[in-house]
Ligand binder design. Structure first.
Ligand SMILES: Cc1cc2nc3c(=O)[nH]c(=O)nc-3n(C[C@H](O)[C@H](O)[C@H](O)COP(=O)(O)OP(=O)(O)OC[C@H]3O[C@@H](n4cnc5c(N)ncnc54)[C@H](O)[C@@H]3O)c2cc1C
Ligand code: SF4
Ligand code: SF4
Length: 415
């Protein structure tokens, strides 16, 4: 083991094993580890105090360290921050209609705020706002702060970026949650840059660390093989985006008490982009698999044009739609809009039926909001069975006709 100039035996990165997950960087108590331009971790031997923590946490054993030489180091105490007053949610809206993900985040914000004894704030920039402000109160905001201006009638990154930054600067929330829609992803990046704070994208879990009151932001990383929990100690607000359908929506409470605050705002001066032509949102015209209560999801095992009538019939009987895994899209059998998964859509149907889906982590992260999971697979050791409420081991070409026939019998539908 190499020694530094103080004679301390230090840890060393095995470069061809390191996959740059950065877990060791967060764990090192003396900030001795950095990521190099080549994309591997590197330890500064002169800073390293030989505690061996990096070797303990590395998931791929890419740190060479003799644990018998471990030196104990006083843990760096995290300074408890003053308790926060506000947990804010960006309320995405279009034509005065709030996006579902905004309400899902308000529900999560309530949980977080309860742990911090804070208030839930809805931030709504836009124009012609009325219904959405009332909805924000009904779904759980204690205060709704809106900023109306005609230049905010349609979403433009530049104006919305300034408007939301203005609201955040006035209110100074400790936490800001934004839906990971195409608009939210764009906006969150702009606001985080304006405010010089950190942003954790695509979180699947949010919680509060009891001791410090910090927001713990959990998200899959490295193709979903590792769940990383990230926190932002120094900068405020702590910002996170969350995909639609990951958090359950809160109940709506009509007539719930909340305060409405209208903010003044001067749009930024100078030339900025304006809408030249409005193009209809094509996703509204195509199929939106997130809206169906039942999804029959074809995997590679059922990726055969001959399977489609069976999948369609089963989905039709249950009032659902046919979706698929990534290989099915890659094969050209189904369009991308039907893909479920980390690089497709996150879904939360009442019933998910996986047909010939193995249940890879990149697929599973997107179905964890499903109320019930049923799987049909020839391989009894397929990972999907670990999370399935009902599993049928068998060939779908035999299982599906039987399933369809039994459902028809129970529904009294003529075969
Ligand atoms: C960065 C990244 C992002 C990704 N994003 C996504 C994503 O968004 N969505 C996604 O789905 N994947 C995604 N993947 C791919 C993912 O890793 C898996 O490869 C994929 O989910 C596997 O799809 P599958 O289950 O359909 O196929 P397979 O893993 O090949 O499984 C097919 C299953 O069908 C079963 N089977 C075979 N024949 C039959 C039969 N006759 N009857 C019943 N069962 C049968 C087999 O036993 C097997 O379990 C991503 C991967 C990476 C690295
Ligand atoms: S041994 Fe301890 S001090 Fe040295 S790099 Fe690893 S975590 Fe940091
Ligand atoms: S934890 Fe291991 S794999 Fe991850 S950056 Fe550190 S050395 Fe590399």
């Amino acid at each position: 083991m190499p020694k530094n100039s103080k004679g301390i035996e230090v840890a060393e990165i095995i470069k061809d094993r390191c996959m740059a997950c950065q877990i060791c960087i967060g764990e090192c108590p003396v900030e001795a580890i950095e990521l190099t331009r080549e994309g591997v971790a590197e330890i500064d031997p002169e800073v390293c105090v030989g505690c061996g923590k990096c070797a303990d946490v590395c998931p791929v054993e890419a740190v060479a360290f003799d644990r018998s030489k471990r030196r104990s180091v006083k843990p760096k105490r995290k300074k408890p921050r003053p308790r926060t007053e506000y947990v804010a949610v960006y309320i995405e809206q279009k034509d005065d209609q709030g996006a579902d993900v905004a309400w899902e985040l308000v529900g999560k914000a309530r949980e977080l705020a309860a742990k911090l004894q804070a208030r839930v704030i809805g931030l709504v920039p836009g124009s012609g706002l009325d219904k959405v402000l009332n909805d924000a109160g009904a779904y759980g905001c204690d205060e709704v702060h809106c900023l109306e201006h005609e230049c905010l009638a349609s979403y433009v990154s530049f104006t919305y970026g300034h408007a939301l930054t203005h609201l955040v600067t006035e209110i100074r929330p400790d936490i800001l949650l934004v839906g990971a829609t195409s608009q939210g992803r764009d906006l969150a990046g702009i606001v985080a840059t304006h405010l010089k704070t950190g942003l954790t994208a695509d979180c699947t879990g949010l919680d509060i660390e009891e001791e410090t009151g910090l927001l713990l932001m959990t998200r899959p990383t490295f193709g979903g093989n590792i769940m990383a929990t990230i926190f932002c100690e120094e900068r405020r607000p702590q910002m996170s985006t969350v995909r639609p359908k990951v958090m359950p929506p809160p109940p709506r409470e009509e007539g719930r008490d909340f305060s409405l605050v209208r903010h003044e705002w001067e749009p930024p001066k100078g030339k900025y982009p304006s809408i030249v032509e409005y193009i209809e949102d094509v996703s509204r015209l195509g199929m939106d698999i997130t809206q169906y209560p039942v999804l029959v999801v074809a995997g590679r095992g059922a990726c055969d044009p001959g399977s489609y009538p069976l999948l369609e019939e089963l989905a039709g009987l249950l009032g659902g739609a046919v979706a698929c895994s990534r290989p099915v899209v890659e094969s050209g059998f189904m369009p991308y809009e039907r893909q479920v998964g980390q690089t497709g859509k996150t879904v939360a149907p009442k019933l998910y039926i996986g047909i010939g889906v193995s249940g890879a982590i990149q697929h599973r992260v997107a179905i964890q909001g499903a109320s019930r999971i049923m799987a049909v697979n020839t391989d009894s050791s397929a990972p999907i069975f670990q999370i399935a409420d009902v599993g049928i081991v068998g060939d779908y070409t035999r299982v599906l006709p039987e399933l369809i026939s039994q459902i028809k019998q129970r529904m009294n539908v003529n075969a």
